[in-house]
Design a protein around this ligand. Structure first.
Ligand code: AMP
Length: 205
């Protein structure tokens, strides 16, 4: 029998996932490895913003003090920056996002854009780490970190902002049935393995 022709639509089987987790939970540690495993770009809005700050672009100038204080940069600026990254020069069919969306307004914008182009997220990976463990980790990181927002007072403020602005997204994505909760405690390799198991089980169509 002749082999059956199958046609795979462009972008099918390409992962579109995002991390949803408090600061210090391991998004930046786990994100690049997961993106590499699924051969998609890793896009971290915090890294992009820090690059803008270093380059002194208008966005960087606007974001610098907001970031240093642990506040959130305005939704419009962030949405524009992310859409630009995802759509230019050509539209990405897959990605692992870290740090976006962080507010309901950003999530709504991402959803309407995804619906318009037929590529909404497959999965939202929530890394669960208790608050005392988060604080312990950031104290560790603070010792050799150049990040202006890694001191404990600013970190605690970022945690509050997370609770107020970002945590509601857990329910938002649970309702959309794409939330995957992963235990973020333990060794880096253990967490990576849990993430891989969860993502391997997804239907990426
Ligand atoms: P991160 O590296 O993800 O912890 O982000 C560092 C800082 O960048 C945050 O504390 C915010 O000030 C800013 N930032 C990153 N992503 C976003 C976002 N999606 N919305 C608003 N601000 C953001």
């Amino acid at each position: 029998m002749a082999p059956r022709e199958i046609s795979i639509p462009p972008g099918a089987h390409v992962l579109r996932a995002l991390f949803l987790a408090p600061p210090g939970a391991g998004k930046g540690t786990q994100g690049p490895g997961l993106a590499e495993a699924y051969e998609v770009p890793y896009i971290a809005t915090g890294d992009m913003l820090r690059a803008h700050v270093v380059e002194g672009t208008p966005l960087g100038l606007a974001a610098k003090s907001i970031m240093a204080e642990g506040e959130l940069v305005g939704d419009e600026l962030i949405i524009e920056m992310v859409l630009e990254r995802i759509t230019k020069p050509t539209r990405l069919t897959g990605f692992v996002l870290d740090g976006f969306p962080r507010t309901i307004a950003q999530a709504e914008a991402a959803y309407s854009w995804g619906q318009a182009v037929g590529s909404t997220f497959h999965a939202v990976l929530s890394l669960d780490v208790p608050e005392d463990e988060l604080i312990r980790r950031v104290e560790e990181r603070g010792k050799d970190s150049a990040r202006a927002d890694d001191d404990i007072a600013t970190f605690k403020h970022r945690l509050e902002i997370y609770q107020d602005e970002t945590r509601p997204l857990i329910e938002y994505y649970r309702e959309r049935q794409i939330l995957i909760e992963v235990d973020g405690t333990g060794g880096v390799d253990d967490v990576a393995a849990r993430l891989r198991t969860a993502v391997d089980a997804l239907d990426l169509t």
